[in-house]
Design a protein around this ligand. Structure first.
Ligand code: NAD
Length: 278
């Protein structure tokens, strides 16, 4: 299935595919096959992390695909316990060895872990690696506005992306303006609410109206909101379903109905202000 892949421009002059496959909780031994399915289905972007322990599988799939390296966009993330410069440099080397790549498209600080108070040092190290030509674009994940203000204030370098929890039942409206003002793209993690948002009757009704599935409606919503979206599935048929979203559009009524699902208490994952794991 060949798809015209929409891309969003990044503030550093590069661009990112708007839809990708997330591989959190995909076991290392299954990753190459699952990512291989996704690449065959037309995905060009894969989101992994050091903490997912499956970068090797992503790298193996990229290699086996025979696809042109520059047609693909690979993201990984720095582990929370490796924010100190020397640790971050070593961790990045290990990431590149696992992924078997010469340059990474996007590297993110996975969590700010504010109690550790080393995320500015981590950000400076990502800037250094980008200056050396080893990373094309640099960004962050789970950064609140105060964390963003601090890294921008101390380095003058603005991340191109902030990957945060965002789905219909947790829409993060309160931080969207700040990102827009600073031209930071928002990438939605757990975009399907880890599957829970698929069960909402309003989503099912919109899906029925368009002859699409609940997952396709939610992925379409992220695209129309101008967000980057990285749904995860380990099932080949769902992987294909989740990229088959370019033949319909949501109308204003659909968008209003989904807007009404927003719940400021709808967070599933950890709160970045207090998350302190390694
Ligand atoms: P998700 O919201 O993508 O939901 C995935 C789940 O939804 C699947 O396990 C499956 O149960 C269900 N699903 C997927 N497609 C379906 C379909 N077509 N029909 C029915 N059910 C379907 O959850 P996620 O994995 O938490 O998030 C996606 C990605 O976001 C991750 O894999 C990872 O790459 C990224 N992520 C990043 C962070 C971070 O801290 N930066 C945290 C969590 C996730």
């Amino acid at each position: 299935m060949a798809h015209e892949q929409p891309r969003l421009n990044l503030r550093d002059g590069r661009s990112i595919p708007q839809l990708g496959l997330g591989v959190w909780q995909v076991p290392q031994r299954a990753t190459a096959e699952i990512v291989g399915e996704a690449l065959k289905a037309g995905y060009v972007s894969i989101d992994t992390a050091e903490g997912y322990q499956n970068e090797r599988g992503v790298g193996d799939a990229v290699k086996a695909s025979g696809l042109d390296r520059d047609s693909l966009f690979i993201t990984s993330k720095l582990r929370n316990s490796f924010h100190a410069r020397d640790d971050a440099l070593r961790a990045f080397d290990a990431t590149m060895e696992e992924l078997q790549l010469d340059e990474l498209d996007l590297f993110l600080i996975h969590w700010p872990r504010p109690r550790q108070d080393k995320y500015v040092e981590a950000w400076k190290t990502l800037i250094e690696l980008q200056q050396q030509g080893r990373i094309r674009s640099i960004g962050v994940s789970n950064f609140n506005i105060d964390h963003l203000e601090r890294i921008i204030g101390e380095t003058g370098v603005v991340p191109v992306v902030n990957q945060i929890e965002l789905h219909p039942t947790f829409q993060q409206r309160g931080v969207r303006d700040f990102h827009k003002q600073h031209d930071i793209r928002i990438e939605s993690w757990s975009p399907l609410g880890q599957g829970d948002d698929l069960k909402r009757p309003a989503i099912a009704a919109i899906a029925k109206k368009h002859g699409k599935t609940p997952a396709q409606v939610i992925i379409r919503w992220h695209l129309e909101e101008g967000l980057i979206v990285i749904p995860k599935s380990v099932t080949a048929s769902r992987i294909r379903e989740n990229i088959d979203v370019f033949d319909f559009r949501l109308d204003a009524d659909d968008m209003n109905k989904i807007a009404a699902l927003d719940d400021p208490r709808g967070r599933i994952g950890s709160d970045p202000a207090t998350a302190d794991f390694g």
